[in-house]
Design a protein around this ligand. Structure first.
Ligand code: ATP
Length: 458
């Protein structure tokens, strides 16, 4: 079956080059130069994939993705962006993008990502649409890297402890820290391991579709409901349901989710009939969920129901002792995937990796290693094979004597200590600004001013 890709990029020559490359690889391509024309095209045809640049003349790539979710929820999405905008790229994953690709785009890397996105989309929809799931799902063939640092070993211990229980688990961690991986591990080590592990990305659901995706709908329940559909709760019956980015769930649907969890039954949209379900829920969200509870976007009662056991995944930058193990693993899988035999990493590359901040965590590391393997082809990965920005940013982050010691200037010393204290408290309270302000004995607006003054990542 030929897949359709909507390419959105305002650079005419790049757009043309990309489109011809995809056409040569057997895809049907619609190419447009702005978000407005993308939306126009989406109103006429539903592509399998939307491949969009971040910088567009009208809406930016993230804003376009929000619209795509509404008007074409079944299309997979990939964002293309410069390495300098890596934080934007990370955000795109939270909004439901399958993956981000950094510019300059490497065609082979892009092709792999496009194929993976389409495969993933097919997997998800056939799972969601299958009426009966008679066959038991296969055990995951993925290898789980535990890590050798204290924090990682503790996380692993917690996974093993909570897995066999019936407890709902809430996994907190920045984007790309391996929350879905951890959820799969919990499932695979549980008594439900031979049953379904269903996932639903709450970040990619529009308000309208969220309830139907979770609980299903009956024919005629709303325009477009052409037949009865099972929701993920029913699909996961007997097994585990992983609710990714649960913090993004619309408020109304949160009420229904709480009800489903308490009563262990669901009601399809448009139906009064209760359907009993036995589902273990594992939810995940980024650190900011605590903040969302603050600002009344997330129901506290649901938060507590989901959080019978909390698992916190450390960002990669805080567990550099695990780096070597991940590098080996990602190099090995990239070699396998690309049919290459790259042997390892030059020392200076590892030093750059150690100093870099990794805002996209393991996902970013995996992508950097995969791209470097592809560029390197044989021998050892050197500095020339990794993004320039990564090298400059890691140098900027490397503490030098001047930056690190505040000297004898009292004002400097005071500010240095203030910044460090705020950073520490924010980490301790998982970036809940109200709690941090309370502990620091200042009001929230003072805290916000200081966060911006010291450029603290919060
Ligand atoms: N323990 C692990 N062992 C090996 N690879 C891992 C592990 N954890 C994560 N990864 C890799 O990192 C990638 C991102 O992981 P995952 O999707 O689980 O992160 P996430 O925290 O759920 O991300 P997001 O919040 O953005 O959805 C995975 O595709 C996988 O390649």
């Amino acid at each position: 079956m030929q897949h359709t890709i909507l390419v959105v990029d305002d650079d005419p020559s790049f757009n043309k080059m990309l489109s011809s490359f995809l056409i040569r690889n057997d895809f049907k391509v619609n190419s447009v130069f702005s978000s407005a024309s993308a939306l126009e095209s989406l109103s006429q045809e539903t592509p399998d994939l939307v491949l969009t640049d971040f910088k567009l003349p009208d809406l930016n790539g993230l804003e376009l993705m929000e619209k795509v979710k509404e008007v074409s929820p079944k299309s997979a999405m990939i964002l293309m962006t410069n390495y300098q905008d890596i934080r934007t790229a990370v955000k795109s994953i939270q909004l439901g993008a399958f993956e981000f690709v950094t510019k300059p785009v490497n065609p082979d890397e892009l092709l792999l990502t496009v194929k993976a996105a389409l495969k993933h989309k097919q997997g998800v929809s056939s799972e969601a649409e299958s009426k009966q799931r008679e066959s038991k799902p296969k055990q995951s063939e993925r290898k789980h890297i535990v890590g050798k640092g204290e924090k990682s070993l503790q996380t692993w211990e917690h996974i093993q402890l909570v897995a066999p229980t019936k407890m709902s688990v809430l996994i907190l961690g920045e984007s790309g820290t391996g929350k879905e991986y951890a959820a799969r591990m919990i499932h695979e080590k549980s008594k439900r391991a031979n049953e379904v592990f269903a996932t639903i990305d709450c970040g990619s659901l529009s308000k309208e579709l969220a309830a139907s995706e979770l609980f299903g709908h009956v024919k005629g329940a709303f325009t477009g409901a052409l037949s009865d559909k099972k929701g993920q709760f029913e699909i996961a019956n007997g097994g585990t349901l992983f609710l990714d980015e649960v913090g993004n769930l619309p408020y109304d649907v949160q009420v229904q989710l709480l009800r489903a969890l308490e009563e262990r039954s669901v009601r399809k949209v448009g139906s009064e009939k209760e359907i009993k379900v036995d589902v273990r829920v594992i939810a995940a969200t980024n650190e900011k969920m605590a903040g969302a509870i603050d600002s009344q976007h997330f129901r506290l009662d649901l938060y507590h129901r989901l959080n019978e056991f909390e698992l916190h995944l450390e960002p990669l930058r805080n567990r550099m002792e695990d780096l070597d193990e991940y590098l080996d693993f990602f190099l090995h899988s990239s070699n396998n995937e690309l049919d290459l035999e790259v042997t390892g990493f030059a020392e200076e590359v590892v030093s750059v990796f150690k100093a870099y901040h990794w805002p996209g965590n393991l996902r970013e590391l995996r992508n950097v290693v995969r791209r470097a393997t592809l560029l390197c082809q044989r021998g050892q990965i050197g500095l020339g094979h990794i993004p320039e920005t990564l090298i400059t940013e890691s140098r900027a982050q490397q503490p030098n004597a001047e930056q690190n010691t505040p000297g004898y200037d009292l004002k400097n010393i005071q500010e240095h200590q203030e910044k460090e204290t705020i950073q520490r408290v924010l980490e301790e309270v998982r970036y809940n600004k109200s709690k941090a302000a309370e502990l620091l004995n200042i009001d929230r607006s003072t805290l916000y001013n200081k966060i911006s003054k010291y450029q603290i990542k919060a």
